[in-house]
Design a protein around this ligand. Structure first.
Ligand code: PLP
Length: 390
């Protein structure tokens, strides 16, 4: 059986989620906007899911807007809040380690004349709230900082940043796609006005997510159609997907502590073993302030792409943070923002564990990864004696 250590990319649909969804792909197929009883069944299921998602993050059900995923939630948060602001000049503060769903939306805003400040991070992968405070301007409309980073797992000080936003009277958005199910989330505690979630990172289906919009936050819709979801996100609701998100949110709330405690032990065992079995390997980012399932390692002198392919051939799935842009493989923007050289970033791999990861799989991974690193290093003439630059 292949070993899947890429849960930050996506998770399998939990059997309990699938069972909850199946009736809505079959006999209970009504349109949630229809007045007849088939429609009412669908509406009740959507409402129950809305309550479950709200409960996960300490929100009220009316503050949850279902979307097609984390990307759309991030787009709606940023584009909608900027358009909803009455300030004549507009400025946004974000960070250089955000997911492209935020970064590329910011780029699109820049093309529309909105000023964006990209706050950096330390070599621990963590944003300094002081840097966010210093970036504030009278024109600042919104601060957007992710809760946990998808590549390193680094937990950002979103509570302090939310407080800075609240004190300055600007809106605060947090992309919580990677923290849901891994960290407690309370929108009041975080002072969040907007918060993004995605079902497929928490054992739900792909193509469905949610945006929390604090009551009274002026967000303009970015799609136009029927009067669904209080005109903020038109379109016939994806009832099976929404039911799946609702069930996944319930499981994330109920199973989180137990899952995370078990997964942390496995992650630490894998990491400690690789650090002792392989020379010139380093953990990227802070080992304490990160979610329990992620380890990002730099294997000096071993190309991450080659390593990933070698491991895939051995039946082990993991990930590089590299992005393909116009045919060229760019090193991870997260790792380079942390001060890694392009080469160091290119020699890094992310292993992310999940609900179904077993001790036996970790034992196998502990055997396979050092062998693959040795093989790739041996093939790389430039790295006969791998040395870390720092
Ligand atoms: N934000 C973060 C931090 C993510 O990790 C991802 C997915 O990789 C997204 C947003 C995008 O979510 P989706 O795949 O649901 O569009």
């Amino acid at each position: 059986m292949p070993i899947y250590l890429d849960y930050n990319a996506t998770t399998p649909v939990d059997r309990r989620v699938l069972d909850a969804m199946l009736p809505y792909l079959g006999e209970t197929f009504g349109n949630a906007s229809s007045i007849h009883s088939a429609g009412q069944h669908a509406r009740a299921a959507v409402d129950a899911a809305r309550e479950s998602v709200a409960l996960l993050i300490g929100a009220r059900p009316a503050e949850i807007v279902f979307t097609s995923g984390g990307t759309e939630a991030d787009n709606l948060a940023l584009l909608g809040a900027i358009q909803g602001s009455s300030k004549p000049r507009k400025h946004v503060i974000t960070t250089s380690i955000e997911h492209h769903a935020v970064l590329n939306t910011c780029q699109a805003l820049e093309q529309r004349g909105i000023e964006i400040t990209y706050v950096g991070v330390g070599d621990d992968g963590i944003v300094d709230p002081g840097d966010v405070r210093r970036a504030l301007k009278p024109e600042t409309v919104l601060i957007s900082v992710m809760h946990a980073n998808n590549e390193t797992g680094a937990i950002q000080p979103v509570e302090a940043i939310g407080q800075i936003a609240a004190d300055a009277g600007v809106y605060f958005h947090s992309d919580a796609v990677q923290s849901a199910g891994k960290l407690p989330i309370d929108v009041d505690h975080l002072h969040a006005d907007l918060l993004s979630l995605s079902a497929h990172k928490i054992y739900g289906p792909k193509g469905v997510g949610a945006l929390y919009v604090r009551s009274g936050t002026p967000v303009e819709p970015q799609l136009f159609g029927g009067h669904h979801q209080r005109d903020l996100r038109p379109g016939t609701e994806n009832v099976p997907g929404i039911v799946g998100l609702g069930k996944a949110a319930e499981l994330a709330r109920l199973d989180r502590d137990e899952d995370c405690a078990r997964i942390a032990v496995l992650r630490d065992r894998l990491e400690d073993s690789l650090l002792s079995a392989i020379g010139s390997v380093r953990v990227n980012g802070d080992r304490q302030r990160r979610v329990s399932n992620t380890t990002n390692l730099a294997f000096a002198g071993a190309g991450g792409e080659a390593l990933l392919i070698a491991l895939d051939l051995q039946g082990l799935a993991c990930s590089t943070g590299a992005a393909c842009s116009s045919g060229a493989v760019e090193p991870s923007h997260v790792l380079t923002a942390m001060g890694l050289s392009s080469e160091e970033a290119r020699s890094s791999l992310r292993f992310s564990l999940g609900r179904d990861t077993t001790g036996e799989e970790i034992d196998e991974a502990m055997a396979k990864i050092p062998r693959a690193v040795a093989r790739i290093r041996a093939l790389s003439p430039a790295s006969k004696t791998p040395v870390l630059a720092r």
